[in-house]
Write a protein that binds this ligand. Structure first.
Ligand code: SF4
Length: 356
């Protein structure tokens, strides 16, 4: 579906968290499942995405992460102990097993083995960029947390290292929320690995967030409880329609290769149902394309999910206006009645203003 010779775009935890935030969107589920590069697709459709990290931010983030993990992870293990497990003995030595293996499947298997060995060995272990797999709508997504720490009691903690600053011990709540949603995806994937061990190790639902302290390059850390994000993501992922079912409903030969002419590509994308909402603008590369289509169709979803929910069965702006004018709709429907009352009040207000 992504076209011959087009490499698959791996689904990362950030993308998975965004996918889980809009579980009703078959378009995103199918494109992500097929490994389509949505940013390239959006550009080919003439509606390029307007978000993503700059090269400067990526370089700065990588440099900070290297610093946090220096000395075999000694600083990082100390932060985990301080914030999450102060009763545990301090790390006497740092142990960070080699996780290299061919391909994502190989790395996933190597990570599972390293986790099992670390639990059996006891002590502190740092898994630097392990690989985890999570089943998403019937196809595996491979995920790479910044780090996973195994505690002396065998419990596992996800570590997220971010480059936004922690000022006086607190960071931008929106950025912390995004990091928590991302970490919740890793927690779910780790729980799948833990579930295959007997006895199953504990996967902590408090993760460690590490950021630069104030505007320095020194690390500051805080524990973030991701129980709520974990529960929401698990529920949303379980609601995703299976990708095979979506694909079966498409015309044979549907292809999303960015090399195709724009009209052909537009037809392929439009063949897959989408549920646009303004939240897509911050989470999906296709947002500008879907917003144009949604507005063009007069869909009330482009006004926001809460407005959509309040309008009941009225799906387009045209339907809403017709109901308000008394030209359509069941007068016993509370939504229609409320719209007519609002329209009458508006007329009254305008007439009053004209008299004054
Ligand atoms: S932008 Fe489009 S494809 Fe992406 S989640 Fe929203 S509706 Fe779905």
């Amino acid at each position: 579906m992504r076209g011959p010779d087009v490499p698959a775009k791996a689904l990362d935890a950030r993308g998975l968290a965004a996918l889980a935030a809009n579980p009703g969107c078959s378009r995103r589920a199918l494109l992500d499942g097929a490994g389509v590069n949505k940013a390239a697709l959006a550009s080919a459709l003439g509606a390029p995405a307007a978000f993503g990290q700059s090269q400067f931010a990526l370089t700065r983030g990588n440099a900070f992460e290297t610093r946090v993990k220096a000395d075999g992870g000694a600083v990082l293990l100390r932060l985990v102990r301080e914030q999450l497990d102060p009763a545990a003995p301090p790390p006497e030595r740092t142990y960070a097993p080699d996780l290299t293996a061919p391909g994502p499947e190989g790395r996933t298997a190597r990570t599972a083995l390293a986790l099992r060995e670390a639990v059996a060995a006891g002590g502190w272990t740092l898994l630097d960029h392990p690989m985890l797999a999570l089943d998403v709508a019937g196809s595996p997504a491979f995920l790479e947390p910044d780090a996973v720490v195994v505690h002396p009691d065998g419990a596992w903690t996800v570590v997220e290292i971010k480059s936004f600053p922690m000022l006086d011990g607190s960071a931008d709540p929106a950025k912390v929320g995004a990091a928590a949603r991302q970490a919740a995806v890793y927690v779910l994937a780790l729980e799948e690995v833990a579930g295959r061990l007997d006895p199953a190790p504990t996967v902590h639902h408090r993760i460690l967030l590490v950021c630069p302290k104030d505007f320095s390059n020194l690390p500051a850390a805080c524990a973030v409880d991701v129980r709520k994000q974990r529960a929401v993501t698990a529920r949303q992922l379980s609601r995703l329609t299976r990708i095979e079912e979506i694909a079966d409903a498409l015309p044979a030969g549907t292809c999303f290769s960015p090399d195709l002419p724009a009209e052909q590509l537009t037809a392929a994308v439009e063949a897959v149902p989408a549920t646009y909402a303004p939240e897509c603008l911050a989470a999906c590369e296709l947002a500008f394309h879907c917003r144009d289509r949604s507005r063009g169709a007069g869909a009330v979803t482009s006004l926001g999910r809460s407005t959509r929910a309040e309008l009941g069965g009225l799906a387009t702006v045209e339907d809403v206006l017709a109901a308000a004018r008394g030209e359509a709709g069941d007068p016993d429907d509370p939504v229609v009645a409320a719209l007519r009352r609002a329209a009458a009040l508006r007329v009254e207000a305008l007439e009053g203003a004209a008299c004054r």
